[in-house]
Design a protein around this ligand. Structure first.
Ligand code: URP
Ligand code: ZN
Ligand code: ZN
Ligand code: ZN
Length: 478
């Protein structure tokens, strides 16, 4: 097996930073050594197969994006990244593991869906991948299948309080699924928006001729998110199940999560880069020469981008510091403007929901360090270590230490990354939701289970490098 030595860098773990060399043997980190160490008198750099010079750079555990939707069937089409294109873009951006969602629509059998997702992913992924399972209708067979899925390494289940007739589960169904989660130790994940309220507001907006993407945001108000978040917390409290609220965007929802945590509940929240940087006014309300007032469709996702006048972004950055929100995923669910998003011209409700960011999360969150909003170890914790602990991968993933998988990123703080189509953009989308973002920093080298898959920004890996991650139960519960 090949050996790799990453020398001269500053290793950043969630627990702190220190100058060290990292030795990888085969697929596994075997030593974290004082800089320039020798082993039994041998100059290490001379005896390994590959030396990666990380002088002046950060050496971090590979990013873990625990919320992606590769080739997801949704909104009458499929998310435009396949497992192949999406995981390659992730690797280029310094992410070495994803956890994707197996979809179940009403009346589908969840075990059949689970096997279908394995077929889509196997042999196609550039990086390691795990699965969460979506539950829509909660059939008796789904409840028994939850036990079986846990033995397969699917230890987290997502339900929806929105998208009636598509994904929505009613409160009784949610209760039954949460009871099962409390019983078997699964993490219950929730898309927390009040779907009934949203459906009426959408109808009223369309009837009033308010059909542009801006009204997608207006018809999904923060009250619908706060209410649903509260309801999910009450069901978690009642049943004793741990709860992970996905894609939190409203500060009022954060406050619900913070209050539950103050009461000692196992309630957790995830946010996404779009809720830290983008807004209702600047993105959903955007107008362009090419698309006119349909330009905002590029940023139609749910929960929606919030008003920049209500303090959501500021509060969200603060909650990342205080651990009221524990981690940052992308909710990567890309759709092209042509032939996908454009289905919603004249009716925002027909725009497939989702934004693509899997390639840019590490860079975008690094900007939080550059701007003084988070520390370097917190950057690693939010993007790698907590995702690993939250979803039962820690030890192998999310940390640079002996015994961990050789998933390592060399990040250059003096490098620069220009995001945009024709610049840094490897996702299968005909636009970038992050066009024009300039990043202080650069992903230089990416090592995935011991294999150098990105060097100097060039992709050297191949599809099939990625392997299924059989996850354990959450390691984050108190
Ligand atoms: O707009 C979004 N978030 N699309 C993906 C599906 C979901 O709800 O996570
Ligand atoms: Zn969702
Ligand atoms: Zn999602
Ligand atoms: Zn560089």
């Amino acid at each position: 097996m090949a050996t790799t030595l990453i020398t001269g860098g500053t290793v950043v773990n969630a627990t702190g930073t220190g100058d060290a060399d990292v030795l990888i043997d085969g697929e596994t980190i075997v030593a974290v050594l004082a800089p320039g160490s020798t082993l039994l008198g041998h100059d290490l750099a001379r005896s390994v197969d590959t030396v990666v010079d990380a002088t002046g750079k950060y050496v971090i555990p590979g990013g873990i994006d625990a919320h992606t939707h590769m080739e997801m069937p949704f909104g009458g089409t499929f998310a435009s990244d396949t497992f192949e294109t999406g995981t390659r873009a992730a690797a280029i951006g310094g992410t070495t593991s994803i956890v994707d969602f197996v979809v179940q629509y009403p009346e589908q059998n969840i075990l059949e869906q689970y096997h279908a997702w394995h077929e889509k992913a196997a042999g196609n992924c550039a990086i390691d991948y795990g699965f969460h399972q979506i539950l829509s209708d909660v059939q008796d067979s789904s409840l028994t299948a939850m036990d079986e899925l846990i033995t397969e390494g699917v230890t987290s289940f997502k339900l929806f309080m929105a998208y009636k007739g598509v994904f929505l589960s009613d409160d009784g169904q949610i209760l039954r699924a949460f009871q099962k989660g409390a019983d078997n130790g699964a993490m219950m994940m929730m898309h927390a928006e009040n779907g009934a309220i949203i459906d009426v507001l959408v109808q009223q907006a369309l009837e009033a001729g308010k059909t542009t993407p801006y009204y997608h945001g207006i018809s999904r108000p923060w009250q619908a998110e706060e209410e649903a978040t509260h309801r999910a917390i009450m069901i978690a409290d009642l049943t004793g199940a741990p709860l992970y609220v996905v894609h939190v965007s409203a500060k009022q929802a954060v406050e619900q999560i913070a209050a539950a945590r103050d009461r000692g509940l196992n309630v957790f929240g995830e946010t996404c880069p779009q809720y830290l940087y983008l807004s209702l006014e600047d993105q959903l309300g955007a107008v362009s020469e090419e698309w006119g007032d349909f330009e905002g469709a590029k940023w139609v996702c749910s929960t929606p981008l919030r008003s920049k006048h209500e303090g959501h972004q500021h509060h969200m950055w603060q909650s990342l510091r205080t651990n009221d929100i524990q981690m940052v995923s992308t909710d990567h669910c890309p759709f092209c403007m042509k032939d996908q998003k454009d289905m919603g011209i004249g009716n925002f409700a027909k725009i497939p929901n989702g934004i693509g960011s899997v390639e840019h999360r590490m860079d975008l969150m690094y900007q939080g360090f550059v701007s003084g909003q988070i520390t370097l170890p917190r950057w690693v914790e939010l993007t790698s270590t907590t995702p690993a602990r939250m979803f039962g991968m820690y030890g192998k993933k999310g940390v640079i230490q002996p015994g961990a998988d050789g998933d390592v990123v060399v990040y250059d703080p003096n490098g620069h990354t220009s995001i945009g189509v024709g610049k840094t953009h490897h996702m299968n989308m005909d636009y970038s939701a992050w066009e024009g973002f300039e990043i202080d920093g650069h992903v230089d080298t990416v090592v995935s289970r011991g294999k150098v898959v990105v060097d100097g920004g060039s992709y050297l890996g191949s599809k099939g490098d990625g392997r299924y991650i059989k996850r354990g139960l959450s390691q984050y519960l108190v």
